[in-house]
Design a protein around this ligand. Structure first.
Ligand SMILES: Cc1cc2nc3c(=O)[nH]c(=O)nc-3n(C[C@H](O)[C@H](O)[C@H](O)COP(=O)(O)OP(=O)(O)OC[C@H]3O[C@@H](n4cnc5c(N)ncnc54)[C@H](O)[C@@H]3O)c2cc1C
Length: 421
């Protein structure tokens, strides 16, 4: 196997010859964007697919994915080294989450050999973008409370319900979907996971506009959507076992996953890059102000500590020295640090963070980022849920009390929820 040092050196040369430099304007292209023409958004998606294909052809896609499924069969240490090398280059950020984590990671763990062969190479080539149909209008933290229903009809299933906050669904290709297949057992016992094309007949996808103008999130209405049984992941009614790992991989969005490029170590920090922050302070004439210097220092320390924590936890989880629940530490720290860095950048911009002249893209990006800064503490599971995982699963503190035991059919629920069949 190629050593980590050799791999990093090869990556350094290859990246310089093949990947474009990062453009701060493309950092968080969708989430911190104001409304753009759809053609411009789709052009970015096409660029991401093309960059992903380049990584694949260059031998840098799926670094930790088995060779038989199109990956490189290397180790998390190789992926970490690549994450360091790719800093400063544009990369297909929009394909990392949700396609590689959690979707590809879940397929790798629970998919059949045929399912993996069918989808994973296509994901790595940038041909299939996957999304996760997990959260529902009735609540996202309580994933086991899903009321989207799948009813068996011979060798197929009929899905009905609604999912929400789905990143990338309006341009995605395939989805993992959690549905209830049995209402007569306890909440966690009657769930099953399916895969389905986002454009399947009966899936009605609506974009949701956020406070900053971004229309990245979607809500889907599923009406009599037919899913063949061979697109089921894992056993019938055993979906909670799949979701437990799904949520784990989702939490690693903030760092700790061996399957993504740049996780917790974003190659493109956009307006939060130290050089961009220093540039802003110089432009505004505040660079000699001690408070400004404190803010820049704090932002930089938060970025460095996030990166060090993620690398350390990733290494220890891979070596078995930490349980997989440790990813919650990265998720918690990274979420709060990202949100704080958005506030720091806004303060640094002063008035320009609220009102900016035409063409002042950095200030505009900072302002839009500030409006959605809390998303960093919600997406990938909330930081409160991460605190629960740390206290209950890592520190062994008592589990929180539950009022939803017994057959799920009898658990009281709000009027918005699907009625049991
Ligand atoms: C950037 C981003 C991307 C996302 N992408 C997707 C996606 O692709 N697919 C998808 O399905 N969903 C996605 N989501 C939705 C996300 O998973 C949910 O928003 C999240 O799980 C919280 O669910 P909720 O919004 O329904 O809040 P709720 O679950 O209703 O929670 C409301 C508040 O109560 C707190 N809370 C709830 N239960 C507990 C508890 N037991 N202990 C302590 N506090 C608790 C929560 O932390 C939160 O602060 C995304 C969200 C964001 C912001």
């Amino acid at each position: 196997m190629i050593t980590v040092e050799e791999f990093a050196a090869h990556a350094r040369t290859w990246l310089a010859e093949n990947m474009p430099p990062a453009d701060p304007a493309t950092a968080d292209f969708f989430l911190t964007a104001t409304q753009r023409p759809e053609a411009e958004e789709l052009a970015r998606v096409a660029t991401c697919r093309e960059l992903q294909r380049r990584l694949f052809d260059g031998g840098f896609a799926g670094i930790c994915v088995p060779v038989e499924y199109g990956g490189q069969g290397l180790t998390p240490a190789h992926q970490t080294a690549f994450n360091r090398e790719i800093r400063g280059y544009d990369y297909p950020a929009e394909i990392q989450a949700s396609t590689f984590i959690p979707c590809m990671a879940v397929l790798l763990e629970f998919g059949t050999h045929e399912q993996k062969l069918r989808h994973i190479p296509a994901m790595l080539r940038g041909e299939e973008i996957w999304v996760q149909l997990l959260s529902e209008p009735g609540g996202g933290s309580d994933a086991a409370g899903a009321v989207t229903t799948a009813t068996r009809d011979g060798d197929r299933w009929i899905l009905n319900g609604s999912k929400i906050w789905t990143t990338s669904a309006w341009y995605g290709d395939w989805a993992l979907c959690l549905a209830r297949t049995n209402w007569d057992v306890g909440k966690h016992g009657g769930l099953t996971v399916f895969s389905l094309p986002v454009g399947a007949p009966g899936v009605d996808t609506h974009r949701i506009e956020l406070v900053n103008g971004s229309r990245e999130f979607c809500q889907e209405f599923l009406t009599d959507v037919v899913v063949p049984d061979h697109d089921r992941l894992g056993d019938v009614d055993a979906g909670w076992g799949v979701v437990t790992r799904w949520l784990h991989h989702e939490r690693t969005i903030s760092g700790g996953s061996p399957y993504v490029t740049g996780s917790g170590n974003r190659p493109n920090d956009g307006p939060y890059e130290p050089r961009v922050m220093v540039g802003t302070a110089r432009r505004l004439g505040t660079i000699d102000d001690s408070h400004t210097r404190d803010l820049i220092g704090e932002g930089q320390i938060l970025a460095l500590v996030t990166r060090a924590l993620v690398e350390s936890v990733t290494r220890k989880m891979a070596a078995g020295a930490l349980p997989h629940h440790a990813a919650a530490m990265c998720r918690l720290f990274s979420g709060t640090a990202t949100s704080r860095r958005a506030a720091i950048a806004t303060e640094l911009c002063g008035d320009a963070g609220v009102v900016w002249a035409p063409g002042e893209e950095v200030s505009a990006q900072v302002a839009r980022g500030y409006l959605v800064r809390q998303a960093a503490c919600i997406g990938g599971g909330t930081t409160e849920m991460a605190r629960n995982v740390i206290s209950e699963r890592l520190l062994g503190m008592p589990r929180e009390a539950r009022a939803d035991t017994g057959p799920f059919r009898d658990v009281p629920r709000g009027p918005w929820a699907n009625s049991p069949p």
